[in-house]
Design a protein around this ligand. Structure first.
Ligand code: FAD
Length: 463
């Protein structure tokens, strides 16, 4: 059987491994437009050691992902964060990130009282007295709209957008509840189904009550993990385990189906029995235009958010706060960055290199201009903002290494129509045997979600 996989990002490589494991004799070609594999996983060889400029961690609570990594022989390469707290910059100063709630949305004003005005705090506590939310079971709305309508803009901008922006490069207003905070959607459904008054505070309290209470004295399992040598360890191991022929600089511009199978324009040789598109949504739409027009049409709705990462290595860490990172509230126009990861504080294995390693992140959905800014401007903003937020003078600390990475269309926007779009695409594909899709736009943007979706897609393709 001959397989073509378009895209050597995480999804494409995982799918290749899955196919190889099920069909050791398969011929697998992976066609990649860039001159390297990994896509949004990208480890850069800083002189001080390998440094991630794309994803830098994953949710270790996803046991399936941890086990998958172990299945590649990389279990011992996983490392965990220091556990230092993160901060949020709002109102010209840094504060502790609110604890509890869901994605920063509290059930009472207590967790966010230090971040919002007394009027907003009173509004949160009186939210249960407002009319019921007109919530349809199984329905959806934007996170921003829900939070703004019930609690006001301060909670949306200072807490929720800051937290979601770090994961999705989008404001709360651009994200759907069911796709990005599914447990909240379920709690809203349950309240509506039970005929109870549907309130935000009630739904959040329900989510909190559903959380398992840790056994007394139990040491909580680490929430996040990463690779000691950076994500390159992972994508290189995947490429190796796949036994696939990986073709770099192979920009695929078309796929046609003939009597002998699928023919690929722009890469590969001969015809293929099965094709998997592991590409971002717009590329997938372009490649499906002839073969599955309904899927291509639906995919036009998926928009992408761009971002930029500036990695900085300083000779000295003196003056850098003892925190893992700092998120920036969405209503802080003087600050260009949306977040800082204090990598050498967050990850002990990076701290051991000495000095300080910091990642500045820029860009939210709809604001591509900042990502297009020239490199010097991005570095200056990174240094200036870091000083504004922490008092740490990076120029005086000795800026030994810098890397600027732009991610145009880095993440798909999971708005309140996104899940329906994915359903439409999947339904359309049932009429197109031998071809399937996967990637960050299908089953979630996080690394564990991408792995799970790619494995499922490969299994479907294997038939
Ligand atoms: C800055 C940033 C930070 C992130 N941080 C985290 C994190 O800490 N933790 C986490 O869990 N997730 C994180 N993510 C999300 C996660 O990294 C991505 O969702 C995931 O890596 C996407 O994998 P993918 O294979 O779906 O897509 P991609 O990585 O985009 O791979 C798609 C591949 O297809 C190729 N391609 C596109 N068009 C063509 C074509 N026409 N022909 C051939 N090839 C083509 C591309 O070049 C690319 O290599 C982050 C994402 C970004 C952008």
């Amino acid at each position: 059987m001959r397989y073509a996989i378009i895209g050597a990002g995480l999804a494409g490589l995982v799918a290749a491994v899955e196919i190889r494991r099920a069909d050791p004799d398969a011929h697998i070609d992976v066609l990649e437009a860039e001159d390297r594999i990994g896509g949004k996983l990208f480890t850069v060889p800083f002189e001080s050691g390998p440094t991630d400029m794309g994803a830098e961690a994953f949710l270790a609570r996803r046991q399936d992902a941890v086990e998958y990594v172990a299945s590649l022989g990389l279990g011992d390469e996983l490392v965990h964060p220091s556990g230092l707290r993160s901060l949020v910059y709002s109102g010209g100063t840094v504060h502790d990130l609110p604890a509890g709630g869901v994605m920063g949305i509290p059930a009472t004003s207590a967790p966010v009282a230090h971040l919002v005005s007394t009027d907003t705090a009173a509004r949160i506590d009186a939210e249960g007295d407002q009319d019921s939310i007109p919530w349809q079971v199984g329905g959806d709305m934007s996170v921003g709209r829900l939070v703004r309508e019930r609690y006001g803009d301060e909670v949306a901008d200072r807490v929720v957008s800051a937290l979601l922006g770090g994961v999705y490069s989008c404001q709360a207003d651009d994200l759907g509840i069911r796709a990005t905070i599914p447990q909240l959607a379920v709690a809203l459904d349950e309240l509506a189904e039970a005929g109870e008054k549907v309130t935000l505070s009630g739904a959040v309290a329900r989510c909190e009550a559903a959380r398992p209470t840790p056994a007394p004295g139990a040491v909580p399992a680490p929430v996040f993990a990463t690779f000691r040598g950076g994500y390159a360890q992972f994508y290189e191991a995947l490429a190796e385990a796949s036994g696939a022929d990986i073709h770099l600089d192979a920009f695929v511009s078309g796929i046609t189906r003939g009597v002998g199978g699928f023919t690929i324009t722009g890469g590969g040789e001969g015809t293929y029995d099965r094709v998997l598109l592991a590409t971002p949504a717009p590329t997938t739409a372009m490649l499906l235009r002839q073969l599955v027009p309904a899927a291509a049409e639906a995919l036009k709705a998926v928009k992408l958010a761009s971002s930029a990462v500036v990695g900085m290595k300083f000779d000295s860490a003196e003056g850098l706060p003892e925190n893992s990172g700092i998120l920036v509230a969405a209503d802080e126009p003087e600050v260009q960055a949306k977040a800082f990861t204090l990598s050498s504080k967050k990850w002990p294995h990076l701290g051991e290199r000495g000095g300080a390693l910091v990642r500045a992140s820029f860009g939210r959905f709809g604001d591509d201009a900042i990502v297009r800014a020239d490199e010097d401007a991005l570095v200056d903003w990174a240094l200036d903002d870091l000083e504004t937020l922490t008092g740490f003078d990076g120029r005086a600390a000795g800026l030994a290494e810098i890397y600027v990475q732009r991610w145009f269309g880095g993440l798909p926007r999971y708005d309140e129509t996104h899940l329906a779009t994915v359903d439409t695409v999947r339904t359309a594909l049932t009429d197109a045997p031998g071809i399937d899709v996967t990637g960050a736009w299908t089953g979630g943007v996080g690394v564990p979600a991408v792995i799970a979706d790619a494995r499922a897609a490969a299994t479907r393709l294997l038939g």
